[in-house]
Ligand binder design. Structure first.
Ligand code: ADP
Length: 159
């Protein structure tokens, strides 16, 4: 079975993430969306909440699993015998950082990283931008799944 890991913070999952997950799900037998646990990074949603949201919005894809992990992505890959990581590339600004991580990961473990060019419809999207816009009453309809939209409004209304 050919499997790929799609790692990230997903705080929360956006249509940009979903686009990458959906495209990867057509290329691989199974996509594991891995929420990385980073205790140093302040998040809006708990890891469990993020996992639940991803689970809900990927239900129709059928071959997507969700999981969380605290540690190096390559260690997760080794433990689960997954040889490939997929990452979305939005713009040149993502490139330097992503290249560095991919090269380090390859050096540490031999795990390959595949970069998928973002759908231009979502190239400007990030979870942090979504949070900022919703916090100030802006409309992000069509940029995040409806369920995520509701949760963002609920969570940020008193912030
Ligand atoms: P991280 O904190 O690791 O950057 P994110 O949750 O922001 O995690 O992103 C996870 C993955 O999704 C990364 O590969 C990132 O490049 C990709 N991604 C983020 N936003 C978008 C988007 N708008 N379109 C496509 N890919 C995206």
């Amino acid at each position: 079975m050919r499997r790929v890991v799609c790692p990230g913070s997903f705080d929360p999952v956006t249509n940009g993430h979903l686009d990458i997950i959906g495209r990867a799900s057509r290329l691989y037998d199974e996509v594991v969306v891995m929420v990385s646990i980073n205790l140093a990074k302040k998040s809006l949603f708990t890891v469990e909440e993020r996992l639940d949201l991803i689970r809900e919005v990927t239900r129709d894809l059928g071959n997507v699993k969700v999981d969380s992990f605290r540690g190096l992505t390559v260690d997760y890959c080794k433990q689960h015998d997954i040889p490939v990581i997929v990452r979305g590339l939005r713009a040149v600004t993502d490139y330097d950082y992503e290249l560095q991580i991919a090269q380090m990961n390859h050096r540490m473990s031999g795990v390959e990283t595949l970069f998928m060019a973002t759908n231009p419809l979502y190239a400007f999207l990030s979870s942090s931008l979504m949070k900022e816009v919703v916090q100030w009453g802006g409309d992000v309809t069509g940029l995040v799944p409806a369920l995520v939209h509701d949760r963002l409004i609920e969570r940020l209304k008193d912030a």
